[in-house]
Design a protein around this ligand. Structure first.
Ligand SMILES: *Cc1c(COP(=O)(O)O)cnc(C)c1O
Length: 355
């Protein structure tokens, strides 16, 4: 019999949730139109705003995963006669671009090979050539372990006040520095099950006044994710439809603990964990997948250049009460990465390795 009572998740998400957080969800239900709920909503706001490092704007509560906020932002903030620029460097940034297209928006993309970051000059060049209603970027591309230099993009974006800056910080928020006000971010969206370390099912977005002003010019914002409806309810410390109350209890507790630790201390701790992981990989002879200088702080991606039998390894880890991930999207299950092949070659590399 294994000695552990559960599997500790070292996958990108959902991640391990502390017992205190699981416990916080067991509080008694309250009606979401009650004053008790308004009090819960109201006391979450300053904690959320602090955690997003914003004093302006507001933080909307979404009863969905982050994908819902992709749809909300793409649909609400770009008119059908406008263009949106997506910075694509992996599975998540690719999928957000698809969401914009499926919502009828005119999408342009800057695309780089998986494992590489989008360099600031690429963004600057695209903006010089074409007006965009919005730029959409994934800060930490979870599928490749690349952290894009959003803080540098922010400098470029300043010259384009008519272009909204939409940032997916799903897997960086509360693990790496995310600064909504300093970086001029109009929508900073996250979901709960990554570095925020809550169970899945709730998502948050810090939204600027500028974004809401744009939404007011957009027809057909939809129903469930209409930002102007969210704002109306927000002003009454409420949500348009029934919110995930248990997860809001969990968020309340988690943010108390995060802010007590201090955001800077928490980031520092994540950097130390990153260093430990990098040191371990180097010692084991595993090559890093992400472009040097753009490695994610919250997760590390490695080439399987040693040809490790991954399913067997995860089976072993499971027997020890833990689990890691074997990649995402087109890099899932690959025995090699897309940049370099190291020896010795396992005899049965699948075709997908021929990138
Ligand atoms: C996990 C993830 C998403 C998708 O989030 P859901 O909460 O599953 O909708 C989006 N972007 C990034 C960067 C992610 O890591």
């Amino acid at each position: 019999m294994a000695e552990h009572d559960h599997i500790r998740l070292f996958i990108p998400g959902p991640v391990e949730v502390r017992p205190e957080i699981l416990q916080a969800q067991t509080q008694w239900m309250i009606g979401h139109r009650s004053s008790d709920f308004a009090a819960l909503y109201e006391r979450l706001q300053p904690k959320l705003k602090q955690s997003f490092r914003t004093e302006a704007g507001r933080v909307f509560v979404y009863t969905s995963s982050a994908t819902g906020i992709w749809e909300s932002a793409s649909r609400n903030l770009v008119r059908d006669d406008q263009r949106i620029l997506h910075l694509v460097c992996g599975a998540f940034s690719e999928r957000w671009a698809e969401v914009s297209a499926l919502n009828g928006k005119q999408v342009d993309q800057i695309e780089v090979e998986w494992g590489r970051a989008i360099h600031t000059e690429q963004l600057a060049e695209a903006l010089r050539g074409q007006h965009y209603a919005a730029v959409a970027v994934v800060h930490n591309e979870t599928s490749t372990g690349v952290m894009n230099p959003v803080w540098e993009y922010a400098e470029v974006m300043r010259a384009y006040p008519e272009t909204l800056f939409l940032v997916d910080a799903v897997s960086s928020y509360l693990g790496a520095d995310v600064r909504v006000d300093d970086w001029g971010i109009d929508v900073c969206l996250i979901s709960s099950q990554k570095a925020m370390a809550l169970p899945p099912g709730i998502a948050f977005a810090a939204v600027s006044d500028r974004a809401l002003a744009r939404a007011a010019t957009v027809a057909n914002r939809g129903y469930y994710f209409d930002m102007l409806e969210l704002e109306k309810s927000h002003k009454k410390n409420n949500t348009p439809s029934t919110p995930p109350i248990s997860l809001m209890y969990a968020a309340d507790r988690q943010l108390d603990d995060v802010l007590a630790e201090g955001l800077d201390n928490r980031m520092e701790r994540h950097k130390q964990m990153q260093q430990m992981t990098h040191d371990w990989a180097a010692e084991a002879g595993l090559e890093r997948f992400a472009e040097a200088g753009f490695e994610s702080i919250t997760l590390t991606t490695l080439h399987n250049n040693l040809g490790i039998d991954f399913p067997a390894m995860n089976k072993f880890l499971k027997s020890r009460g833990m689990m890691i991930s074997d990649g995402y999207g087109k890099s899932k299950g690959r025995r090699c990465g897309s940049r370099t092949w190291a020896t010795p070659s396992p005899p049965n590399w699948p075709n997908s390795c021929r990138t």
